[in-house]
Design a protein around this ligand. Structure first.
Ligand SMILES: [Zn+2]
Ligand SMILES: [Zn+2]
Length: 132
């Protein structure tokens, strides 16, 4: 599928269009098909610890688990290959992170888990190291 002229993003996992969702003063991209979530780096940081941010994650976790198996997908923003990151203490939580723009993609159900586990401190530490 070709990226659209209006700058909409394409889901890295299933190729469907992503819709921009207004959440407070942020815009989050959510896939219209698999409901995966894309966060620009600063958006991700600002959602930190927000107890209702999990409402964004409306997808079917079973679909998320299926799509989680797809690795090496391209960043929807800068089209470089993303890294799959796992969390040492929570090996079931995996997400895709762009090494260039530090955006992150969560399959359906993963962001909820991510919120609950509050692993952002860990993630931020990792990305600070990557950025240096
Ligand atoms: Zn998708
Ligand atoms: Zn990127």
């Amino acid at each position: 599928m070709e990226p659209s002229a209006s700058g909409e993003r394409i889901c890295p996992k299933c190729g469907a269009l992503m819709a921009q969702i207004s959440y407070r003063d942020l815009f989050v991209d959510r896939c219209t098909a698999c409901q995966g979530l894309w966060f620009d780096w600063n958006e991700n940081m600002r959602l930190r610890g927000d107890p209702v941010a999990g409402e964004l994650d409306t997808g079917n976790p079973n679909v998320g688990v299926m799509l989680d198996a797809i690795e090496g997908v391209l960043c929807p923003a800068c089209h470089v290959r993303m890294d799959v990151l796992g969390v040492p203490e929570q090996t079931h939580v995996r997400f895709d992170c762009c090494p260039k723009c530090f955006g992150v993609f969560f399959d359906a159900g993963e962001f909820l888990e991510y919120q609950h586990e509050t692993l952002l401190d860990w993630l931020r530490g990792l990305l600070v190291r990557l950025g240096n």
